[in-house]
Write a protein that binds this ligand. Structure first.
Ligand code: CTP
Ligand code: MG
Ligand code: K
Length: 180
C-alpha cells in the first residue's frame, strides 16, 4: 500500500536527508579546498567545509542508530516493517549524502556557477545519488533488500519535494541564504 511504501522510503532515507541540513547549521571554518582553484575557479568553494561535512555525517550516522533502535517499536505499534541500519549502511547514507553534495559543488564550479547558484535537478538529487551509491558500495546486501524498485521510485519522487520544502523553511527562518 502506498502510504506504507512512502513511510519505508522516508525512514530509509532519513540518515541521508539530515546531513545536508545539519551542515547548514554546523558549517563554517576551513573550506575543504583550502581556497585552491582549478582553471581560475575554486575547486569546491567556501560552502563546503570540513566542519559541516564531519558534523553532518555524524548526525546522519547517529540518527540511523536511533532509527534502528526504534524500528521494533514501529513494527509492534503500526505493523510497518521499517528498515534498520547496519553501521555500513548508516555511514554510507550519511557520508554519501555529503559526498554527493560536494561532487555537485565541484561540477557547479566547473560550469561557472558561483557559490550559492542554483543548479536545478542536480541540487535536488545530488545527495540521493551519493547516499544510494555509497550505501550500495559499502553494503550491497542491505541496499538491495531495503531499496526495492517501488521504494526507489518513491525516493526519487519524494526527495525533491521534501528538499525544496525544507530549504524554503530554512530560508524563511534565515538559516540559509537561498531557498534552494
Ligand atoms: N555546508 C558546509 N559543508 C558542507 C555542506 C554545506 O559547511 N559539506 C554549509 C555551508 O555553510 C554552506 C551551507 O551549508 O554555505 C549551505 O550548503 P549548500 O547550499 O550546499 O552550499 P552553498 O553555499 O550553496 O554552495 P554551493 O554553491 O557550492 O552548493
Ligand atoms: Mg546552496
Ligand atoms: K547543495
Amino acid at each position: 500500500m502506498l502510504l506504507e511504501l512512502v513511510a519505508v522510503a522516508f525512514w530509509a532515507m532519513l540518515p541521508a536527508y539530515v546531513p545536508n541540513n545539519v551542515a547548514v547549521l554546523a558549517g563554517g571554518g576551513t573550506p575543504i579546498d583550502s581556497g585552491r582553484t582549478m582553471g581560475g575557479r575554486r575547486l569546491l568553494g567556501d560552502g563546503k567545509t570540513w566542519r559541516g561535512t564531519a558534523v553532518g555525517t555524524l548526525a546522519g550516522f547517529v540518527l540511523a542508530q536511533a532509527l534502528t533502535a526504534l524500528a521494533p517499536v514501529v513494527l509492534r505499534t503500526t505493523g510497518v516493517a521499517v528498515p534498520t541500519f547496519p553501521v555500513t549502511a548508516a555511514f554510507g547514507l550519511a557520508f554519501g549524502a555529503m559526498l554527493g553534495d560536494i561532487t555537485a559543488s565541484f561540477l557547479k564550479r566547473r560550469t561557472g556557477r558561483e557559490r550559492g547558484a542554483s543548479f536545478p535537478v542536480v541540487d535536488q538529487l545530488d545527495f540521493v545519488a551519493g547516499a544510494l551509491g555509497c550505501a550500495a558500495l559499502l553494503d550491497f546486501a542491505w541496499f538491495s533488500t531495503t531499496f526495492s524498485l517501488p521504494v526507489l521510485g518513491v525516493v526519487v519522487v519524494l526527495t525533491p519535494v521534501l528538499h525544496v520544502a525544507t530549504n524554503v523553511v530554512a530560508y524563511v527562518l534565515g538559516l540559509k541564504d537561498e531557498p534552494y
